[in-house]
Design a binder for this molecule. Structure first.
Ligand code: PMP
Ligand code: GLN
Length: 419
């Protein structure tokens, strides 16, 4: 054991599906339906706002801004969420701007975890939740969403958790539960009943709820996004997380936020002020301008919070169609821009033994990237150690892509499947 080995608290978290698959994409140059980002222009009003900020006659827009969030942005965020959750949010005490939703999750979990605290995590989960809990000294406790069918096309609504099992995970060591709705990678939009069930347990056991809602505006009709913070007695115990990257289709901007009651936000502020301290000023200014415009047209069809899902709906349906045509079994997402598909009926067309990974979905996605030229993400990366096998039969594809690239993906798959 050398003095410069990885510290014990980081061990077990060496592997990252993103690091591995982004490298793979750079090396093999497949059509990339892996990492979630649009391959087309972001809304012009938002990028124009950044240009205007860069050229502003206010020189201070290129300098440090307030640590807990640029005033114009925290005001916009507080104004918007006060409206959508129907309660006054204090911009200075109940909002924190962060380096992406990643940092919001990080400061939440660092700021609210004592050694041995348990966090309930619903599988499949956005992969960083686990290393963030563990490096904070916490203990993840897992419960899996399970599909009602694996052989016929289903809705993401058909991926459900067992209520008895959920109940059995709560105990006096539980610090909180992390939920993600609309969900990555399943696309599930949690129902009122499901959220109420979780909320009742959180109240019964006096726990926190961390609600990762980065896809809050990407919900397909007739489904509705419900913010757990709006359920009775829940604002007091909920930290809600959002992302400008997802909200305005600018994933490279890496601005996120958390909002919640000031006593809970205080812990996040302490962590943030001693790590990141303050985020990029011009990007925050541009995001604020973006919010201000959308607030003026909230509820109208041209509001981006509405039009983005409209724009993605035909892409979702097109992907579901071509995946079914080649023999995969997709789960139709109610929200977000990912689709899970069961690929096992095509197993005889893949040489899984040419890859060495333990889990079949890793072998499938790597083989497809190298030999067929199409990249997806292996969902077993989104499970805890005991349940990884539950993700093995699936692949996750991203559909916020140009129509021509979705068509190219369909052609690649059809050509391969018909061989
Ligand atoms: N949570 C979920 C569920 C995500 O899919 C992502 C990826 N955007 C994040 C958090 C992190 O978001 P950001 O890029 O704003 O850090
Ligand atoms: N949230 C995005 C995804 O799931 C990006 C992940 C990342 O960049 N680490 O694809």
């Amino acid at each position: 054991m050398s003095k410069f080995d990885l510290p014990a608290r980081l061990k077990g978290n060496e592997k990252s599906v993103w690091v591995e698959y982004i490298q793979l994409a750079l090396q093999y140059k497949p059509l990339n339906l892996g990492q979630g980002f649009p391959d087309y222009y972001a809304p012009k009003n938002v990028t124009d706002a950044l240009v205007a900020t860069a050229n502003s006659d206010n020189p201070l827009l290129q300098q440090y801004t307030r640590g807990f969030g640029h005033p114009r942005l925290v005001n916009a965020i507080a104004k918007l969420y006060s409206k959508v959750i129907n309660r006054d949010i204090n911009p200075n005490q109940e909002v924190l701007v962060t380096a992406g939703a990643y940092e919001a999750l990080f400061v939440t979990l660092q700021g609210h975890t004592n050694p041995g605290d348990e966090w309930i995590i619903i599988e499949p989960f956005f992969d960083c939740y686990v290393p963030m809990v563990q490096t904070a000294g916490g203990v993840p406790r897992f419960i899996a969403l399970k599909p009602k069918s694996t052989t016929s096309t289903i809705s993401s609504r058909d991926w459900v958790f067992d209520r008895k099992e959920m109940e059995s995970l709560f105990n006096e060591k539980t610090k909180g539960i992390i939920i993600n709705t609309p969900h990555n990678p399943v696309g599930k939009v949690f129902t009122l009943e499901e959220l109420q069930f979780i909320a009742d347990l959180a109240k019964k056991w006096n726990t926190l709820v961390v609600s990762d809602e980065v896809y809050e505006w990407i919900v397909y009709e007739p489904h509705r996004h419900i913010r757990i913070a709006t359920l009775p007695g829940m604002f007091e115990r909920t930290i809600t997380i959002g992302s400008a990257g997802k909200t305005f289709s600018v994933t490279g901007w890496k601005i996120g936020w958390a909002y919640g009651p000031s006593n809970l936000m205080y812990n996040l502020q302490v962590m943030h002020q001693n790590t990141v301290y303050t985020c990029s000023t011009p990007i925050q200014e541009a995001v604020a301008i973006g919010f201000e415009l959308e607030m003026e047209r909230l509820g109208q069809p041209e509001c981006y919070f509405h039009s983005l899902a409209q724009e993605l709906l035909p892409k979702r349906d097109y992907m579901a169609k071509f995946l079914s045509e080649v023999g995969m079994v997709p789960t139709i997402p109610e929200g977000g821009y990912f689709m899970l598909a069961n690929w096992t009926s095509l197993e005889n067309k893949v040489k899984l033994n040419e890859e060495t990974d333990k889990y079949k979905d890793y072998r499938f996605t790597k083989w497809m990237t190298k030999n067929v030229g199409l990249q997806g993400i292996p969902p077993s990366a989104f499970y805890g150690p005991k349940h990884r096998h539950l993700g093995e039969d699936y692949v996750r594809y991203c559909f916020i892509k140009k129509d021509e690239n979705l068509k190219a993906a369909a052609d690649i798959l059809k050509k391969w499947a018909s061989k």
